[in-house]
Design a protein around this ligand. Structure first.
Ligand SMILES: Nc1ncnc2c1ncn2[C@@H]1O[C@H](COP(=O)(O)OP(=O)(O)OP(=O)(O)O)[C@@H](O)[C@H]1O
Length: 481
C-alpha cells in the first residue's frame, strides 16, 4: 500500500505498520541496559513504546511484570486505551501495569507508610508566594533592593534541593546548582534556605506532601524491597524530575532490557534538566532517534519548528540534540493566523471556525482548542457552550471539543486544532518568567520553555491548524505568510 493511502486511514495503522527504524527499536531482542529513544513531536515514540511493552510482556512468565508509565494520569489513560488496541491477549495485558509516575509514587507510599495527603498545587503556590513576600531582600543585578520571586525560590527547592536530596543548610551551601544559571553567593544561599525551610515546615505542619516529595519517599521505600518489575518503559521522559527517575530506577533491577525510555527534549515544558547518567541510568551506546513525523503535515511542522528558534537543546543523555532530518510525510493547508482587535471578535471567529469543522463532519472529540492559561480555558469553554458547541468535560464524563491549557495538551492529538489567545502579555506568561534582573540565565531558560510549550501545542494538530490573537501578537509567534 502507498504510504499516502495508509495515512489516509491512520487510526489503526500504527498497530501493524511500523517504520523500519521504529520496528528495529521496538523489536530489538536485547538492550544490554537502559535504552533511550528520542525523536521530536509525532515521530511515534509512544507507538514504539507500546510495541515494546507488548513484545516484552509476551516473553514474560505469568507473575512477572512490565511497568508502562508516563507523566500524567490522562496520558496514562490514553496509553492504556492504545495498549488494549494493540493486544487483546488477557495474559499479556495483565503483565503490563499502566500508571502515571505520580500515582505510582502515591500508591507505593500509601502502601508503605499509610495514608498521605497530596498538597494541592494552589496551596503550594500560595505558600511560596507568601514566603517570598515575607522573605529576605537582596540587591539584584540592576542594583535594586528586592525580594526573591516565588518562581525562583520554588525552582531552587525543586531543581536543586529536592533534585540532589539536600537535607542540610551546609549541603545546600556546597551544592552545584546544575542548570540554574547565575551563581548564588553563600549569604544568599542562607537566605534562600531559610525561606525553603519556612515552606517545607508549613507543608509538614499541614501533613501535606508534594508529588516530588512523594516520589522521593516512594524511591526510599522501593529501595528496601526487591524490585517488582522486570521491565520499565517510560513515555514523556523529558519532564520527569530526578526524584521520579530515582523511583523508576529502584523499581527494576539493573540488567538487560531493564529500562526503555522515550523522550523529546524539545517538548520539555517543566523545569527538570536531568542527566540520566548521574542518576544511575547509563544509556550511552543505546540511544536511537526517530525522525519521521506521522502526525502533522509538512506545513504545520514547518511553522512549529520555527517557534523553537533554532537552538540545539541538551537531551537526557547529556548530548546536544538537533532536529536534523525531522520531517513530515503528509502535506496539507498552510496554518492560518487570524489577528483580532478584541477578544470578543477573536471568540466570535473561533466559534465560526469550530462550527465549520463540525459541519464538515469532523467529530467533536477530534477538535482541540489550546490556550495558555486556565482562565482562558474557562472563558473559551463558556463561549463555545453558549454557542451550542459540545465541549468535553472530564468531570461529567461528557464528550466534545477539548478545550485545555497547552500543558494539558501534551501527548494528545487532534484532526483540527485552534490555538488562541496568542497575545503579547499572555504568551510568554509573565508569571512563568524569572526577570532578567533576578537571573538572566533563568530568564532565557524560562523563555525557551515557553517556546517549547507553544511547540507542543502546535504539534498536536494533524491536518488543520488555526491560530489567533487579539491586540499585539505574542513575540514567540513566527511570521505566518
Ligand atoms: N508507523 C506509523 N504508521 C502510521 N502512523 C503512525 C506510525 N507511527 C506513529 N504513527 C501515528 O503518528 C501519531 C504520533 O505518534 P506518537 O503519539 O506515538 O508520537 P510521539 O512521538 O509519541 O508524539 P509526541 O511526542 O508529540 O506526543 C499517532 O497518530 C500515531 O498513530
Amino acid at each position: 500500500m502507498e504510504l499516502a493511502a495508509i495515512l489516509a486511514h491512520p487510526f489503526d495503522v500504527w498497530r501493524t505498520f511500523l517504520h523500519p527504524t521504529q520496528r528495529d527499536v521496538a523489536y530489538r531482542d536485547t538492550y544490554s541496559g537502559p535504552a533511550l529513544v528520542t525523536g521530536s513531536a509525532g515521530t511515534g515514540k509512544t507507538v514504539t513504546g507500546l510495541h515494546r511493552a507488548v513484545f516484552l510482556a509476551e516473553r514474560l512468565p505469568d507473575g512477572e511484570k512490565v511497568l508502562l508509565t508516563t507523566f500524567t494520569r490522562a496520558l496514562a489513560e490514553a496509553l492504556a486505551r492504545q495498549l488494549y488496541r494493540l493486544t487483546s491477549d488477557p495474559a499479556v495485558r495483565a503483565r503490563i501495569d499502566v500508571i502515571s509516575v505520580d500515582k505510582l509514587a502515591y500508591e507505593i507510599v500509601t502502601r508503605g507508610n499509610g495514608r498521605v495527603t497530596v498538597a494541592d498545587g494552589e496551596i503550594v503556590d500560595q505558600l511560596w508566594e507568601s514566603a517570598a513576600k515575607a522573605g529576605p531582600t537582596y540587591l539584584n543585578r540592576a542594583g535594586q533592593v528586592t525580594t526573591y520571586s516565588p518562581a525562583f525560590l520554588r525552582h531552587e527547592w525543586e531543581q536543586v534541593v529536592l533534585a540532589q536530596q539536600l537535607t542540610t543548610r551546609e549541603a545546600y551551601r556546597e551544592a552545584t546548582r546544575r542548570g540554574r544559571g547565575a551563581g548564588l553567593r553563600a549569604a544568599h544561599r542562607d537566605q534562600v534556605w531559610t525561606v525553603i525551610e519556612t515552606v517545607t515546615g508549613a507543608l509538614a505542619k499541614r501533613r501535606l506532601r508534594t508529588h516530588t516529595q512523594l516520589a522521593d519517599d516512594a524511591a526510599a521505600i522501593a529501595r528496601r524491597v526487591p524490585a517488582p518489575y522486570r521491565h520499565v518503559i517510560v513515555d514523556e521522559g523529558q519532564d520527569l524530575h530526578p526524584a521520579q527517575w530515582r523511583l523508576l530506577r529502584a523499581l527494576v533491577a539493573p540488567g538487560p532490557n531493564d529500562m526503555f525510555l522515550l523522550a523529546d527534549p524539545y517538548q520539555r515544558i517543566y523545569d527538570s534538566h536531568v542527566s540520566l547518567a548521574q542518576l544511575g541510568i547509563e544509556v550511552r551506546g543505546r540511544t536511537r532517534r526517530l525522525s519521521v513525523n506521522y502526525r502533522t503535515t509538512h506545513e504545520i511542522l514547518d511553522l512549529s519548528v520555527k517557534v523553537l528558534g533554532g537552538d540545539a537543546t541538551v537531551g537526557l543523555d547529556g548530548q546536544d540534540d538537533t532536529l536534523r532530518g525531522y520531517r513530515s510525510v503528509t502535506r496539507g493547508g498552510i496554518p492560518e493566523l487570524a489577528a483580532h482587535v478584541s477578544r470578543d471578535g477573536e471568540c466570535e471567529a473561533l466559534i465560526e471556525r469550530v462550527g465549520t469543522w463540525l459541519d464538515q463532519g469532523v467529530e467533536p472529540h477530534a477538535v482541540g482548542v489550546a490556550v495558555r492559561t486556565g482562565q482562558l480555558v474557562k472563558a473559551v469553554g463558556r463561549i463555545l457552550n453558549d454557542a451550542h458547541i459540545p465541549v468535553a468535560d472530564d468531570k461529567r464524563g461528557t464528550d466534545g471539543v477539548r478545550v485545555a491549557t497547552m500543558h494539558r495538551m501534551k501527548g494528545l492529538e487532534f484532526q483540527c486544532l485552534a490555538v488562541v489567545g496568542l497575545d503579547a502579555g499572555v504568551l510568554p506568561a509573565p508569571h512563568a518568567l524569572t526577570s532578567a534582573a533576578e537571573d538572566p540565565h533563568a530568564h532565557r531558560q524560562d523563555l525557551q520553555r515557553e517556546r517549547c510549550l507553544l511547540f507542543v501545542a502546535l504539534t498536536r494538530a494533524r491536518d488543520v491548524l488555526y491560530l489567533s490573537h487579539s491586540g499585539t501578537p505574542s513575540p514567540l509567534l513566527p511570521v505566518v505568510r
